[in-house]
Ligand binder design. Structure first.
Ligand code: ATP
Length: 363
């Protein structure tokens, strides 16, 4: 029997609202053979404002101990650390590094009935941005330098180990996707190997790893060209793997193609741990109004169940994850109820109720 302890971090801004809706969905997919112990902790900017700590040691310890962590959103623009920066990057980098979650899997999928800014989406949009999550330009986080008032710099670091493990993850993901969607698997390395030695090295390691996956097509594209192709022919891609900062940028571009940040889930995974959170921030402009789209977090929760299923060889958890995804798909295809960001007027809680009801019916 799969029994999992899940740490929930609702965080700031719209975080608590979308977490409430998502917890309702998680409770709806519990069934014989699947029990979820949901343990909620306070963390983030509001907590920092009150106590001077964003992520207390005991909360971090529980995150490291749990089977998975589901995080809604962290950060408020008016809450700053002593050096003037926001709380969110420091807390998130600390959590990612502690959990060693090196691969950020960001599905870009256009669901039926969701508006896209592209004129022609008849061939569908369904690809993954796989962002290396710990190194690249973000290695420099907390470092960097400023010399006087004239010069500033940050270093981009690519390691063999860091590249190999995220590229292996990309090929394994492509294989799994192919088993499920029947498409020929393909992994595209996105880099700037024509200019920088670090990216030439990334590409070299990519093709070394690719040689162990003969059944998966491997190709490489420069990042500037890729930002063009993703708008012109998004249907041509399956799994894109890239350095941290490039992934940060292209995953937002991808989200824009499929209905915006409210439709962009993500799974940050390592060998032992998983951190699941939407690609969006705390949306302070709409916080507290009950109109935020909870689907990115709900779909992140679906990815969490699928990951737990794979990791613990537990098909019941895999099916529960798929039930959530299918419920979201049905809800959007029906077109009756959706939040404002994707052309409706439903409230956050209504979406949680509707997805939970569809899940309960389906299971
Ligand atoms: P961060 O830097 O913390 O990632 P951000 O600057 O990318 O944050 P977001 O908080 O993600 O900004 O918000 C960007 C825009 O997208 C805002 O207009 C916000 O209202 C909208 N938005 C983000 N998430 C959602 C959501 N779940 N539902 C509806 N709108 C959203």
């Amino acid at each position: 029997m799969g029994q999992y302890r899940i740490v929930l971090l609702p965080g700031d801004g719209i975080g608590p609202e979308i977490m409430r809706a998502t917890a309702e969905v998680l409770r709806a997919v519990e069934r014989d053979g699947l029990r979820l112990e949901l343990v909620e902790h306070e963390a983030g900017s509001e907590l920092y404002r009150r106590t001077g700590t964003a992520l207390p040691d005991e909360v971090l310890a529980d995150c490291l101990d749990a089977n998975a962590v589901l995080l809604a959103a962290i950060g408020l623009p008016d809450v700053r650390l002593e050096d003037g920066t926001e709380v969110q990057p420091t807390m998130m980098m600390g959590l990612r590094r502690s959990m060693d979650v090196f691969a950020a899997v960001r599905p870009i999928r256009l669901y039926p009935g969701v508006p896209s800014p592209l004129a022609d989406t008849s061939r569908g949009i369904d690809f993954i941005v796989l962002r290396e999550n710990l190194e690249g330009l973000f290695t420099s986080f907390g470092g960097g330098y400023v010399l006087g008032d004239d010069v500033a710099g940050d270093s981009l670091v690519i390691t063999r180990r860091g590249t190999e493990r995220v590229v292996e993850c990309a090929f394994e993901l492509a294989r799994r996707r192919s088993e499920r969607n029947g498409r020929a698997p393909k992994v595209t390395c996105v880099d700037k190997a024509n200019i920088f030695r670090s990216f030439a090295f990334f590409r070299k390691v990519f093709f070394e790893v690719a040689s162990n996956f003969d059944d998966v097509e491997a190709e490489a594209v420069y990042v500037d060209a890729m930002s063009l192709y993703l708008v012109q022919q998004p249907h041509a891609y399956d799994v894109l793997v890239m350095e941290n900062q490039f992934g940060d940028i292209l995953s937002d571009l991808g989200a824009a193609l499929v209905g915006g940040l409210g439709m962009a889930p993500s799974a940050e995974i390592g060998l032992d741990r998983g951190l699941f959170q939407p690609a969006h921030g705390t949306a302070p402009d709409i916080a507290g109004k009950g109109i935020a789209n909870p689907l990115a977090l709900i779909l992140s929760a679906a990815m969490m169940l699928d990951w737990l299923g794979e990791r613990h060889d537990d098909p019941v958890a895999n099916v529960a994850g798929r039930d959530i995804e299918q419920a979201v798909e049905r809800l959007l295809a029906e077109g009756r109820i959706r939040t404002r960001d994707i052309g409706g007027d439903a409230r956050t809680d209504d979406i949680g109720d509707a997805v939970a009801r569809l899940c309960a019916k389906g299971s």
